[in-house]
Design a protein around this ligand. Structure first.
Ligand code: S3P
Length: 436
């Protein structure tokens, strides 16, 4: 079992580029596989989660060529050529499909499998096997798929696809995975399938389906897709992952005298709640060199240390910062005063129960924390206490606790850190580079 040992060395200085975006990488492999012809995907995230999605499509007969860029700053990227076979070009997988730790792989695949003339079984690791799937089972069943699950809607899932009918689905949760599963299934329907959500979640699926020539209409919180289109192959470059950059944005903001430039970061507004939150807390962040790359907004972000102040966060800010909660807790722990986060019950069903995980681990580092059913109250302190902490097998908890170690007295150990490879192989090398 691997661990991270970390202590403050010196201010963080220098330039980095985060690994490619995980959410967009998943979608690129799915949409290319369903398109008709050869797609070129540059800067694909070569990490465990998106590779699970690629392997699922390989199991269903799609040829995916991988060209790794070796001597770059990262070992986390690859260029892919995907030979799509159209919406109906997939073959019955011979084996069970193992989605590993990846909720996105499992939930988005459900949408694709719902429209297939065969059945397939999906499993995952111990974390994924405990995550709720009823949220995709309900709309896909209404569309006509037959899905068997464990009692309560847990994996393994057996999905028997078939002829689907369009629906107008009102999702009870703001979830890009649910929205995407319904939109992907909608590709297999005659007519228009719609999905509405209570707050806006990330919109990468909508953007990429449009790029593939699919008719997508967006009206406030409702997205509609017209089915049975022929998908055009993609020629796309994936931007750097804002959620991976987030660890360094916070590190730069809280480690005294730091100054970092983070280049080529996706700043899709459905993802950048953390920037707004940190600015409200008093962070010194500048967004420069704004541009558009393959239909996604991208920029270079510079961050300088400044003393942060606690604030209250809730409402529609939550889905825009949903994956940044663990690292936001570290910012709050290092801020002056109290930070209160509410309306974030979804965090209970992520790769770990992130409200419980972060509460427990921050207490070990001397932080006063109150756990709420749907959030957390954190009282910041000038320095944290070095401690031996746990990741709960959750990549974002592991990386957040490592950043906490930079503002703690003495050494901090983070145990069980292999999970970092699900989204960010090379995380420690990048941090070490900034410490030189
Ligand atoms: C993701 C959507 C979010 C996010 C997850 C990735 C995606 O999950 O937390 O890390 O790529 O669609 P939900 O859809 O459950 O909110």
């Amino acid at each position: 079992m691997s661990q991270i040992n970390i202590k403050y060395e010196r201010p963080l200085k220098g330039e980095i580029s985060p690994p490619p975006d995980k959410s967009i990488s998943h979608r690129a492999s799915i949409i290319s596989s369903l398109s008709e012809g050869k797609s070129i995907i540059r800067n694909f995230l070569n990490a465990e989660d998106p590779l699970r999605t690629c392997n699922a499509f390989r199991q269903m007969g799609i040829e995916i060529e991988e060209h790794r860029t070796q001597n770059t700053e990262h070992r986390q990227k690859a260029d892919l050529i995907i030979h799509g076979k159209g919406l109906m070009g997939l073959k019955t997988p011979k084996d069970i499909i193992d989605c590993g730790n990846s909720g996105t792989t499992m939930r988005l695949l459900c949408g694709v499998l719902a429209g297939q003339p065969f059945s397939a079984t999906l499993i995952g690791d111990s974390s994924l096997m405990r995550r709720p799937m009823q949220r995709v089972i309900t709309p896909l069943t209404e569309m006509g798929a037959v899905i068997q699950s464990e009692k309560g809607g847990y994996p393994p899932l057996n999905i028997k696809g078939g002829k689907l009918k369009p629906i107008d689905y009102k999702s009870p949760v703001a979830s890009a995975q649910v929205k995407s599963a319904v939109l992907l299934a909608g590709l297999y329907c005659d007519g228009v399938t719609s999905v509405s959500e209570p707050e806006k979640s990330r919109d990468h699926t909508e953007r990429m389906l449009k790029a593939a020539g699919v008719n997508i209409e967006i009206k406030d919180l409702k997205v509609s897709v017209t089915g049975k289109a022929k998908l055009k192959p993609l020629d796309t470059t994936i931007p750097g992952d804002f959620s991976s950059a987030a660890f360094f944005i916070v590190a730069g903001a809280i480690v005294p005298d730091s100054k970092i430039l983070i280049k080529n970061v996706g700043i899709n507004p459905t993802r950048t709640g953390l920037l707004d939150i940190l600015k409200m807390m008093g962070a010194d962040i500048t967004i420069g060199n704004k541009r558009e790359v393959s239909g996604e907004p991208v920029s270079d972000i510079s961050v300088k240390y400044s003393r942060l102040t606690g604030i209250e966060i809730g409402g529609d800010m939550i889905p825009r910062a949903i994956d940044e909660f663990p690292i936001l807790c570290i910012a709050a722990s290092a801020a002056q005063g109290t930070t209160k986060i509410t309306g974030a019950k979804e965090l209970r069903v992520k790769e770990s129960d992130r409200i419980a995980s972060m509460s427990k681990e921050l207490r070990k580092m001397g932080v006063e924390v109150e756990e709420l059913e749907d959030g957390i109250i954190i009282k910041g302190r000038a320095r944290l206490k070095g401690a031996t902490t746990q990741s709960y097998g959750d990549h974002r908890v592991a990386m957040s606790m490592a950043i906490a170690g930079l503002v703690a007295d003495g050494e901090t150990i983070v145990e069980d850190t292999e999970c970092v490879n699900t989204s960010f192989p090379g995380f420690m090398e990048m941090l070490e580079k900034l410490q030189q």
